[in-house]
Design a protein. Structure first.
Length: 234
């Protein structure tokens, strides 16, 4: 006898029964999730894998296929779980495998830092969840299917994370801005800077004044000499 039948027989009403049935369906349809669902191109991103239990048995292994051109470089730790990396022939990380034990009504979170592709694309995170006893659930389907694979959209204009500081770029939605190129706002009402004076004009004025002073000095000497001679002649 299920919960809805019990509620009807006890007179609690079909409305409450329907709510509980829907709640049970929502719980049963929980899926593996990868966040964020949107990321910027060519950006180090902190990814989180959320794995809920969907069986009467414990989860013992989670295997995640790394999409092409995604470059994991740092990994978080989850208590009670061991991480193993499976490399592709070119040395890149092909799969991440976590092994441990998760209660049937529990969930686990795994995290890692990875660089996203340089161009906009759709990242499909195919995952395989293994339960105690050997039951396997493959989260590799299309969106909306019974067992969908998590998806991350890499789009231009998405907020940058620069997780781990690997890219050396400033955060923001416009990756075209480079450090040191930002415009500096002038204070309100500030006068524009004065244009530098022409050095040639200043030099000629100074020279003219110096020559005038020299001639004045020579004239004074000549007058003084003549005055002295006139006095002696008398």
């Amino acid at each position: 006898m299920n919960v809805a039948t019990t509620l009807r027989r006890t007179g609690l009403g079909s409305g409450l029964a329907a709510v509980l049935v829907l709640a049970g369906s929502a719980t049963a349809s929980a899926h593996i999730q990868v966040t964020p669902s949107v990321a910027a191109p060519n950006d180090p991103v902190h990814f989180t894998v959320l794995v809920p239990g969907e069986s009467e048995r414990e989860t013992t292994k989670v295997e995640l296929k790394v999409p092409a051109d995604v470059l994991p470089f740092s990994f978080g730790t989850t208590p009670g779980w061991k991480r193993t990396l499976v490399e592709a022939p070119n040395g890149a990380v092909d799969r991440i495998v976590w092994t441990g034990r998760m209660p049937k009504d529990g969930f686990a979170e795994f995290s890692f830092l990875a660089g996203t592709p340089e161009k906009p694309t759709t990242l499909t995170w195919k995952a395989v969840q293994t339960y105690a006893g050997g039951q396997v659930v493959r989260w590799i389907g299309a969106p909306g299917s019974e067992q969908p694979a998590p998806v991350t959209q890499v789009v231009r204009g998405a907020p940058r994370q620069n997780a781990g500081g690997e890219s050396g770029e400033t955060t923001g939605t416009d990756p075209a801005v480079t450090p040191g190129s930002e415009a500096v706002d002038e204070p309100a009402g500030a006068a524009p800077p004065a244009a530098p004076a022409a050095t040639d004009d200043i030099d000629w004025v100074a020279r003219g004044l110096a020559l005038a002073g020299l001639f004045a000095g020579l004239a004074a000497i000549v007058l003084a000499t003549r005055s002295s001679k006139t006095r002696k002649a008398r």
